[in-house]
Design a protein around this ligand. Structure first.
Ligand SMILES: Cc1cc2nc3c(=O)[nH]c(=O)nc-3n(C[C@H](O)[C@H](O)[C@H](O)COP(=O)(O)O)c2cc1C
Length: 578
């Protein structure tokens, strides 16, 4: 019997149960003391953790002294405040409601440390990967956490510390590192789900997203066909919920205001309800703008007065917080994420940058397809995954942003390919070009269309022939949002071109799209009409980055807020029109 060593069913169930029911506990601690016996059992379980080369690098510091815990709580409070100050508006409000430590609410705190030098040089495994010492101490934490749950003890992990500050308070020798600060005590209740999930801060990712067959990217559970994210999202995208839309319309008519007086915002609220499948719909916040940045081979044709390096330079500016998109995002309370999907430069890893480079820029579409089908699919998939991850991280509204010198050329080419528009009509002046460059831009687009003869029934082929990596990724981003039924506010002509590709792949994806603004680029008006979308803001903007969409964010949020908060004639006792 290969499974002869298996535990009896009841014991197995107990193991899986303790894993499923372990919770990070922050509130509802009781003041009852934890006996020395119970603590010793839990620490004994921690001490049985696996460790690299059997080095057992952990130590456990058990803290009960009130004065010490007060000093440590003050250290955590300082970092909590610093973190709160770094958050965008909607996140600050959500974070304020979260409890992130129970240092003083619990009778015992336990620090787990790591000695990376323990055992000397012969420690098996650690010589190539020094981090394995830390991993070993983390496994001791996991054992402790599970054993504590079995004992009915809650554990909360606090990481709002400067590690050296905390080490000094604990008298740790310099060669020891703090791995975990744990607050331990009996509780009134264990929540069924992570508290951060209950609070709407983040969601659990499906296990199938995390399991890959043989190679990274072939996602799927054992025994199942590998998932194809593109096929999966296009299959998941469905029409809006008619009942929720009818309920929203009906509620708008009963709200204490003349019927129809909120104009286009009434339609926005109805669409939000249809997308969410509920009336009123959830508030579209927190919101996050994802700026997809990439370079374009067609730049070599002289279609833009700006050098290609500006793409990478502007990425650095977004990350430093110095661009218009940062100012507008700060004003609207949205987070900014930058995605390197194909910038023709090496970018240093910094917080806020998602490194997803498919290649350093596309090929020149006047000479060959801009990208291979595989590259187009990879960029689409990256966009889908970014949308999923941002929603799993708690965002309830996604906003498209883009950066790529020469990307209005690729956008116009895509718009012509998908809508059949004439390049002479659909092409605009982008960042501002003279008549000679403008004529060349139109001619370059005509040559591209002539060379590839793109078939709009093959959207991946169209993207590969003429698009940019940011267009393909943005199309995936829109599809990912639509599959999760989260609204996505489109910026200007680049997002519009991407939305045409998304709609060609899954027509109902448009259900999730809200046209943030109408760009000055002529191709954008053609696109919006083709998609049946009405722009919320029309201010002659032609910047990109996500700026126009961010201006529309408060409008979309106000539309949802009105449907949620405004009283009805009957509830408020206001007389309706006769
Ligand atoms: C390395 C690590 C550090 C953590 N730091 C904190 C923290 O500073 N404050 C907090 O409230 N929770 C902290 N947590 C708890 C997580 O938020 C929690 O594990 C997660 O939300 C999942 O919930 P669950 O543990 O109940 O399944 C930490 C967890 C880990 C693994």
């Amino acid at each position: 019997m290969p499974d002869g060593h298996r535990y009896p069913a009841e014991q197995r169930d107990a193991v899986y149960r303790v894993i499923a029911e372990r919770r990070d506990v922050r509130r509802g601690f009781r003041s009852d003391p934890v006996s020395a016996d119970v603590l010793a059992r839990v620490l004994g379980a921690a001490h049985q953790a696996p460790s690299v080369g059997f080095s057992q690098p952990w130590d456990f510091i058990v803290i009960t002294d009130r004065a010490r815990r007060e000093r440590i709580a003050a250290l955590a409070r300082k970092h909590r405040d610093e973190f709160a100050a770094s958050l965008p508006g909607a996140r600050v409000r959500a974070f304020d409601r979260l409890k992130i430590e129970s240092i003083l609410d619990t009778p015992v705190n336990i620090v787990v440390s790591c000695d990376r030098t323990r055992g000397g040089r012969h420690t098996l495994g650690r010589h190539v990967q020094p981090r394995t010492a830390d991993f070993s101490s983390v496994l001791a934490v996991a054992n402790l956490w599970l054993a504590a749950r079995a004992e009915g003890l809650g554990v909360g992990w606090v990481s709002f510390f400067d590690e050296r500050e905390l080490a000094a308070e604990l008298g740790l020798p310099a060669h020891l590192e703090v791995i975990a600060y744990l607050c331990v005590g009996y509780v009134t209740d264990f929540a069924a789900e992570p508290e951060l999930a209950i609070a709407g801060w983040a969601r659990r990712r499906p296990v199938s997203w995390a399991v890959h067959a043989e190679e990274f990217g072939r996602r799927g559970l054992p025994g199942e066909e590998p998932l194809n994210p593109l096929a999966e999202v296009t299959a998941a995208i469905a029409p809006p919920d008619a009942a929720a839309m009818a309920a929203a319309r009906e509620r708008q008519d009963r709200m204490t205001k003349p019927r129809g007086s909120l104009g286009v915002l009434e339609d926005v609220s109805v669409r939000l309800a249809g997308l969410a499948g509920s009336c009123p719909p959830p508030m579209p916040e927190p919101a996050c703008v994802a700026i997809f940045a990439a370079d374009h081979g067609v730049h070599a044709q002289g279609v833009s007065p700006w050098p290609q390096e500006v793409t990478a330079q502007m990425v650095a500016n977004f990350l430093a917080g110095g661009a218009v998109v940062n100012a507008f995002a700060a004003q609207a309370g949205a987070e900014v994420t930058v995605v390197d999907i194909g910038v023709a430069a090496e970018l240093d890893p910094v917080p806020g940058l998602l490194p997803r480079k498919i290649a350093p820029g596309t090929a020149d579409f006047t000479a060959s397809p801009a990208m291979t089908r595989e590259q187009a699919t990879a960029a689409l998939t990256a966009g889908i995954e970014i949308a999923r991850d941002l929603v799993a991280a708690g965002n309830r509204c996604l906003i498209t942003g883009d950066m790529g010198i020469a990307n209005t050329t690729a956008s116009a080419a895509l718009i012509c390919a998908f809508t059949g528009a004439d390049p002479a009509v659909a092409t605009g002046r982008g960042t501002g070009i003279d008549a000679v460059t403008y004529a060349r831009k139109i001619e370059v687009i005509c040559r591209g269309l002539e060379l590839h003869r793109p078939d709009p029934a093959d959207p991946v082929g169209v993207l590969a022939a003429l698009g940019g990596f940011e267009h393909a990724a943005l199309a995936g981003f829109i599809l990912g949002a639509a599959a999760l039924r989260v609204p996505v506010i489109l910026d200007g002509v680049i997002a519009g071109a991407a939305a045409l590709a998304a709609a060609a792949l899954a027509p109902d994806a448009v259900t999730a799209c809200f046209a943030g603004h109408r760009s000055a680029e002529p191709g954008h008006a053609i696109t919006l009409e083709y998609l049946g979308l009405r722009a919320l803001v029309d201010l002659g903007l032609r910047l990109g980055e996500g700026t126009g969409a961010l201006l529309a964010l408060p409008l979309v949020q106000s539309a949802a807020r009105a449907l949620r908060d405004v009283a009805t004639f009957d509830s408020a006792g206001v007389s309706d029109k006769l």
